[in-house]
Design a protein. Structure first.
Length: 248
């Protein structure tokens, strides 16, 4: 199995790489910083919103591998934490560019490779913000809703070629990026970081944050033959979010 993972240098993407590698897959990751990528993985430093860079990446992949079995379009940024009237257009565009346009470009260049072989699976990382929306996170929520719309369209377009597309919606995932979100929300709302953390956890029926490995395990399933007829689906890995904004 040949797998490419965008934003695979750390966090959820890195966990995906580990999980696929544990299944014997060949792993290729992209990120702005690939210095921590383990020996044995392919790695390319590229900005997922750079069309020329992404085109060159997939050309190299085709030369090296001759095809592609699984795309994990995982790259994302948190974007600003602010009321919609306080969001700068520049910040909006930067958030949408990585989260949505990055997924589009990955799918754009992966599709021809998969079509030629008549098989493949695309796993797009959305978010529970792409299901419910989130106050103070308008750019991020809009982009993640867009990822789901993109995935649904990919499933319809590519299904006749034997290609599946699904979206994973992580909830609050333990890690450095979520810590940044917690700190910004705490500052914006005059709360402590721990109070915001507790609010996120209490908004799930399992009263828990998610580990990156939980999301990675779902990606491996969706990329496998065990999910051969699973396509066009939005699957949350979030401990069951009951209230999308328990802090308000």
């Amino acid at each position: 199995m040949r797998v490419i993972i965008t934003a695979g240098g750390s966090g959820i993407g890195f966990a995906m790489g580990q999980a696929f590698a544990a299944q014997g897959a060949q792993v290729w990751v992209t990120d702005l910083d690939v210095s921590a990528v383990p020996e044995g993985w392919h790695a390319t430093a590229v900005d997922v919103s750079d069309e020329a860079g992404m085109a060159a990446l997939f050309a190299d992949l085709e030369t090296e591998w001759g095809g592609l079995d699984v795309l994990c379009a995982n790259a994302g940024v948190a974007g600003p934490t602010a009321l919609v009237e306080d969001v700068e257009l520049e910040d909006w565009k930067a958030c949408v560019s990585v989260n949505l346009e990055g997924a589009f470009l990955a799918a754009k260049f992966a599709a021809p490779l998969m079509k030629r072989q008549g098989s493949g699976a695309m796993v797009l990382t959305s978010s529970t913000a792409g299901i419910y929306g989130y106050p103070n996170r308008a750019p991020y929520a809009a982009a993640k809703w867009g990822v789901i719309g993109l995935m649904k369209t990919l499933a319809m377009e590519l299904g006749p070629f034997g290609i599946r597309a699904n979206a994973i919606c992580p909830g609050a995932v333990e890690g450095a990026r979520m810590e940044g979100v917690l700190e910004r929300e705490a500052a914006a709302k005059g709360m402590t970081r721990d109070a915001v953390y507790a609010g996120y956890a209490s908004g799930t029926s399992m009263r828990s944050f998610v580990e990156a490995a939980d999301v990675a395990n779902m990606a491996v399933f969706l990329g496998s033959d065990a999910a051969r007829l699973v396509s066009g689906q939005v699957i949350a890995v979030d401990g069951h979010t009951e209230n999308p904004d328990p802090k308000v």
